[in-house]
Design a protein around this ligand. Structure first.
Ligand SMILES: [Fe+2]
Length: 253
């Protein structure tokens, strides 16, 4: 079974459209799932949710989705300096003011985790576990430098075993490694990469018969359209520059 996994779209409609178009051109993709953070930082939160609903692309709740849905006091995002914190709050307030009631209700209904069995539930495995951050919290950052012990602890929380895959996003930086036969896959971000590459990122995952294979894909999209829309909105212009820089060297979180 081949899956397309898309995460951290963050209301960047041009990036989402380009990724979905690219997935449409792949052969043998049985299903596409999102790993949350549908909204925040860009001006198309309702359109992003509408498109995913229209295409029946299911997925899990990111921290941005669940905090917006719950009217929480902040988005559960990490910031490294006061300017990042200020920008983060502006984005969060803007998003809360601009999502429709329908979108908010949809975000509230997203599950925390989805389990897939590529060979069917009548087999014990393998399984693919989809979460946004970690199996414990969608706000916890699972970065590549986390030690093996941390990964195995999370695998324990998820009841994952050798041959299984745990896929997640949240950090906006893609990586993959296998420890004791368990695959840990950070899918990166569709709409707000932070690894210095502005292109939208997603993962093609093959699980079932044969070895697990993980392919990181990058897709060019209409960056200028996204940047212009951010500038025309009340969102900070910093967010437009952030997209162009692929997160690195820009100031916004
Ligand atoms: Fe995110």
């Amino acid at each position: 079974m081949r899956y397309a996994l898309i995460s951290d779209i963050h209301a960047n409609l041009p990036a989402l459209e380009a990724v979905l178009d690219h997935i449409g051109g792949q052969s043998g993709v049985g299903a596409t799932y999102h790993l949350g953070d549908l909204v925040g930082y860009a001006p198309w939160p309702d359109d992003t949710v509408s498109l995913l609903r229209e295409l029946r692309i299911h997925g899990v709740a990111g921290n941005y989705d669940s905090t917006v849905a719950a009217d929480y006091k902040h988005c559960g995002c990490r910031y490294e300096d006061p300017r990042q914190e200020e920008l983060s709050h502006i984005s969060y307030d803007w998003t809360r003011q601009h999502v429709s009631t329908v979108t908010k209700e949809f975000l509230a209904g997203l599950p925390f985790r989805i389990d897939l069995r590529p060979n069917g539930g009548h087999h014990a495995g393998p399984q693919v576990i989809l979460v946004h951050g970690t199996p414990t919290l969608n706000t916890l950052y699972w970065t590549e430098d986390r030690p093996d012990d941390f990964c195995l602890k999370m695998a324990g929380h998820a009841h994952a075993k050798a041959g299984d895959v745990i896929a997640f996003g949240h950090t906006h930086k893609p990586w993959h490694r296998a420890i004791q036969g368990i695959h840990f896959v950070n899918t990166g971000s569709v709409g707000r990469p932070k690894d210095g590459d502005w292109r939208a990122g997603y993962v093609l995952l093959r699980v079932g018969e044969g070895p697990v294979s993980v392919e990181f894909v990058r897709v060019e999209y209409d960056l200028e359209r996204a940047m212009a829309a951010i500038r025309q909105s009340e969102l900070p212009d910093d967010f437009a520059e952030y997209l162009r820089a692929g997160g690195e060297s820009a100031t916004a979180a």
